[in-house]
Design a protein around this ligand. Structure first.
Ligand code: HEC
Length: 258
C-alpha cells in the first residue's frame, strides 16, 4: 500500500514538474522569431537582386563599422547584379595594406576586386575593447550559424525594446526580445531613414532589416540558386526516366507468356 502511495506521489510530482517545464518553454516560445515569407525559401526560391543590393548598402553603411565579412570578396558583388565596373568602383572606396616599398616600409593601395571586405578592427582585442567586451561576430556565415537563420537575424534587428522594470541590465547591455537571455552588447543598429537607397525604396527599420538579412543569407549560401536549379533539373530528369522505364517494362512484359 505504501509502495503504491509512493508511486502515486512520484507520478504527481513529475506531472507538476512537467507542467512547470511547459510553462517555461511557453515563455521562451514567445521570443521565437516570426517566420517570414522569404523569396529564397522553398524548392525554387531565388534571391531578389534589388533586395540584395539594398542589403549590401545597409551592411556597408551600418554593420561594417563593427562586423567583418571575411569570406566575401568585392568580385562576389557581380553575383548580386552589380557590373564588374561597379564592383571595382565599390572596392576602390577602400584603402588596404599594399606591398612594402623598396625601403621595407608599409604602403597602402586601393582595394581591388580580388580583395575581401576590409575588417573594421585590427584584431579581436580591439573589437572587444570598442564593444563593452563583446566580440561582434563575422557575418559571412551568420544566417547558417544561428537557429532559425534569416528569421532570427531579421527579428534581432527589429527586436529592441525598453528593458522590463524587473530586469537588471549589465553595463553597456541592450534589451532585445529575440536575443537569447535578452541582453545584447550590440546597440540597436538600425533607425528610420538611416541609409539612402539608390532605388528610392523607403529605408524603414523593417525594410533595412529584411534587406540586410537577404544579403547575409546570400553571403552564407551563394550557391543557393544553382542548387535549386539543379534540384529542379534532376527532378524533371527522374520523372522522364520513370516514364521511359514504364514504357520499356510494358513492352518487355507484353512479349512474355503469363
Ligand atoms: C556598434 C557596433 C555594431 C554595429 C554597428 C552592428 N553590430 Fe552586430 N554586434 C555587435 C556586437 C558587439 C555583437 C555581439 C553581441 C553580444 O554577443 O552580446 C553583435 C552581434 C551581432 C549578431 C549576432 C547575434 C547573436 O545571436 O549572437 C548579429 C547577427 C549582428 N550583430 C548583426 C548585425 C547587423 C546585420 C548589423 C547592421 C545592420 C550590425 N550587427 C551592426 C556590434 C555591432
Amino acid at each position: 500500500m505504501t509502495k503504491l502511495r509512493g508511486i502515486l506521489t512520484a507520478a504527481a510530482v513529475s506531472l507538476i514538474l512537467a507542467t512547470g517545464a511547459n510553462q517555461v518553454s511557453a515563455a521562451e516560445a514567445e521570443a521565437l522569431p516570426p517566420a517570414q515569407d522569404w523569396s529564397f525559401n522553398g524548392l525554387f526560391g531565388t534571391f531578389d537582386r534589388a533586395a540584395l543590393q539594398r542589403g549590401y548598402k545597409v551592411y556597408k553603411d551600418v554593420c561594417a563599422s563593427c562586423h567583418a565579412m571575411k569570406y566575401v570578396a568585392f568580385r562576389n558583388l557581380v553575383d548580386i547584379g552589380f557590373t564588374e565596373g561597379e564592383a571595382k568602383a565599390l572596392a576602390e572606396e577602400y584603402e588596404v595594406a599594399g606591398e612594402p616599398d623598396e625601403f621595407g616600409d608599409p604602403t597602402t593601395r586601393k582595394a581591388a576586386l580580388s580583395d575581401i571586405f576590409p575588417a573594421p578592427y585590427q584584431n579581436p582585442q580591439a573589437a572587444r575593447a570598442a564593444n563593452s567586451g563583446a566580440l561582434p561576430p563575422d557575418l559571412s556565415l551568420i544566417t547558417k550559424a544561428r537557429e532559425h537563420g534569416p528569421d532570427y537575424i531579421r527579428a534581432l534587428m527589429v527586436g529592441y525594446e525598453d528593458a522590463p522594470a524587473d530586469m537588471t541590465m549589465g553595463p553597456g547591455m541592450n534589451y532585445n526580445v529575440y536575443f537569447p537571455g535578452h541582453q545584447v552588447a550590440m546597440p540597436a543598429p538600425l533607425s528610420e531613414g538611416m541609409v539612402e537607397y539608390a532605388d528610392g525604396t523607403e529605408a524603414s527599420v523593417e525594410q533595412m532589416a529584411e534587406d540586410v538579412t537577404t544579403f547575409l543569407h546570400w553571403a552564407a549560401n551563394p550557391e543557393l540558386e544553382r542548387r535549386h536549379q539543379i534540384g529542379f533539373q534532376v527532378m524533371v530528369y527522374l520523372i522522364l526516366l520513370t516514364g521511359l522505364f514504364l514504357i520499356v517494362k510494358q513492352r518487355v512484359w507484353r512479349k512474355l507468356d503469363h
